[in-house]
Design a protein around this ligand. Structure first.
Ligand SMILES: Cc1cc2nc3c(=O)[nH]c(=O)nc-3n(C[C@H](O)[C@H](O)[C@H](O)COP(=O)(O)O)c2cc1C
Length: 194
């Protein structure tokens, strides 16, 4: 259910990286977004992707209590004002761990209408973004599209400090968050009373 979101109300964003790699650029960029978030915007990173059980509809019936890690993920999604996803492409597709998480969210009441931004740090990885867009739209997410969500990194292997030390990257990070926050506030304004 959408609700009015006054301008002075803090905004909570939940961020999921599609990579489990310890040096992941996708995870790093989400940490950098967290570090550059303006006052009143809190970015929380999901750290349970690799611990979710394989999706099984037998465990996800209307009368079933989902596995605890799944219930926790759904609660975190439900509490968030928006979802940031940044993912690598594997073999022209979505990483299995990320698709697994999304499958657990398909029937969750917390997901429909949730504003989602797909952060893109690999403009050449077109398949994963097309596939995620299709899946998220099918799941009734409110997928926000904005050129600011493409964050170009001049080289691989940058850590958070390296990203924050680069004025062009920090400008991109600020622009991405600004665009998403604006879209979320607009989304809430458009849904007042629904
Ligand atoms: C098994 C595997 C398959 C990959 N397949 C693709 C691909 O199809 N298209 C692509 O653009 N990159 C592909 N890549 C490259 C990754 O998407 C790229 O290295 C990405 O930056 C890794 O993200 P991370 O740093 O967040 O782990 C692949 C990498 C691996 C390990």
């Amino acid at each position: 259910m959408s609700q009015n979101l006054p301008m002075d109300q803090p905004l909570g964003l939940f961020a999921i990286s599609g990579s489990l790699r310890s040096e992941s650029s996708n995870t790093t960029v989400l940490h950098a977004l967290q570090a550059t978030a303006p006052a009143g915007v809190i970015v929380s990173l999901y750290d349970g992707l690799g611990d979710l059980p394989y999706f099984n509809p037998d465990l996800d019936g209307e009368t079933d209590t989902p596995p605890p890690s799944v219930g926790q993920l759904r609660t975190q999604i439900g509490q968030a004002d928006g979802l940031l996803i940044s993912s690598p492409e594997y073999a022209h597709g979505v990483p299995g761990v990320l698709k697994n998480a999304l499958d657990w969210l398909v029937s969750s009441l917390e997901f429909p209408g949730k504003p989602v931004a797909l952060i893109n740090i690999s403009p050449r990885s077109t398949f994963v973004h097309a596939s995620l867009s299709e899946t998220l739209t099918t799941m009734s997410a409110s997928l926000i599209a904005d050129p600011a969500f493409t964050i170009s990194l001049p080289r691989k292997g940058l850590d958070v400090a390296g990203m924050l030390a680069d004025p062009q990257i920090t400008q991109c990070l600020h622009a991405a968050l600004d665009a998403f926050v604006r879209a979320i506030r607009m989304h809430h304004t458009n849904h007042i009373g629904r």
